[in-house]
Write a protein that binds this ligand. Sequence first.
Ligand code: PA5
Length: 446
Amino acid sequence: MIGIDYSNMMEEVIGINGISDLSIKNISSQIENAYNMIANREWKQLEFIDLPSQDTAEIKKIARYIRKSADNFLLLGIGGSALGPRAIIEALSPFHNLKKKPRVFIYDNVDPRTLKSIFTVIDLKKTFINVISKSGSTAETAASFLILWDKMKRALGKEAFRRFIITTDPEKGNLRKIANDEKILSLPVPPNVGGRYSVLSPVGLLTTEVIGINCNELLEGASSIKSICLKNDVYKNPALLFAVLLFLMDKEKNRHINVMVPYMDSLKFLSEWFCQLWAESLGKGNKGLTPYPSLGTTDQHSQLQLWMEGPQDKVVFFIKVNNFGTDIKIPAVFRNIEGYNYLPGHTLKELINSEQEATELALTKAGRPNFTINVPEINAYYLGQLFFFFEMATAFAGALLGVNPFDQPGVEEGKNLTYGMMGKKGFEDKKKEVYEYRKRKGKWKI
Ligand code: PA5
C-alpha cells in the first residue's frame, strides 16, 4: 500500500515553518465537514469513486480488436482525456513505441507541426483512432477529429468507419450523435465523471489494454485503497491527510505552491496529470493551491536552488518508489580517478535513492517543509492506487478550501472568445469584443 511520511512537515522536526498536531486538531470541525461532504456525495461528480467496480468486458473486446489489427493507435483528446492515458503509457510501458505495437500517439494540442509529424511516421491504413471528449464539444478535439475523419475516408473509403472509437458521454453531445448515426464503436464516459477524474474510466482503460496491460489491475489497485481513502480519521486516511497538510500549509504558513517530485522518469507524466487535477479543481473564487511538476534527480540541477533558498511559499513532496524492478551496478572502471572511485560497487538505485534522501534532508535542515509518498513499486496496481488517492485528495482539498472541485468556470470565457474568432454561431458579440481588444492592444509595445 502507498503511504505518506510527513515527519518533515512538523514543527517538532523543522521548527517554525512546520505545523503541529494541535494545528490539525484546531481545524477538526472543518476536516469533519469536508469529510462529510465527500462521504455523503455532496457533488454528483463524486461518482468517480465507483469506477473501481466497473465492468471492463467491452473495453477489453475493443482493445483486442485494435491490438490484432493496428500498427498505430492515435488518441485525439485534450486535458483529462489526454493526460491520464499519457501518464499510464509512460508509467507502465516506457519507450513503448520503440518496443511494441501498436505504437501509440497522443495528439492533444492543435499544433499543426505535430500532426504533420505524426502523419510522416504513421500509415493511416494501419491506424486506429480513439476520439476522446466527454462533452463532445471541445474545439481542439473536434478540429483534429474532422481532419482525421476526412483523411481516413480518403485513405480507406468505407472501411474508415471501422477504424474509429469514440469515447464520450453515453447520451449527450456531438460525438455521441455521430457515433450513433454512423454506427461507430464507442465507449461511455460515465455522465457524472468529469474529464480530469476520468483516468480510471474507459478514457484511460482502453489505452491500458491497447498497450498490453490488464486494466483490471489498475482498478484493483484503486479498489484496494478506496475504503482507506474513505476513513473518517485524518491519521488513517492518506488522501484526507494529504489535503489537510497542504491546506494547513497554505492557511497557516502562506505556502501555496505544491511541488511534486517523483524520483522515477516514468512518473514524470503522473506529475503532469496531477497538476491538471489540482490546478483546475482548486483554483477558483480567488482560492487555490498551485501545483508545480518536477522530477528527481533531474530538477536538483535545475529547481532545487529555488526550493532551498527562494521564497518561503512552497511545500515539496517526493514520490519515492521502493522497487524499481531492476538495477544496474556501477562498474569498477577509472578507479584511479579520485572523483569517480567512490561510485563503483554501488548501483543506480542506491544513487537515485541517496539523492532523494539527501534532498529531503537538505530541505529539512533548511526548515523547508516536505513530505514523501512511498510507493512499493510501479505497476498497474500501484498506479491505480496513486490515481485514486490523488483524486480523493483533490476532492477533500476542494471541500476544505470551500470550492467546487468539479467545475472549471474560469476556462469558459477563453473558449467563448475562441468560438467568436472562429465564427461559431451565437458568439458574434465575442468576435466584436476581440476586434475592439486588438485595436487597444498595440498601444504599448516596443
Ligand atoms: O477536467 C476537465 O473537465 C477538462 O480538463 C477536460 O478534460 C478538457 O477540457 C477536455 O474536455 P472534453 O473531454 O469534454 O473534451
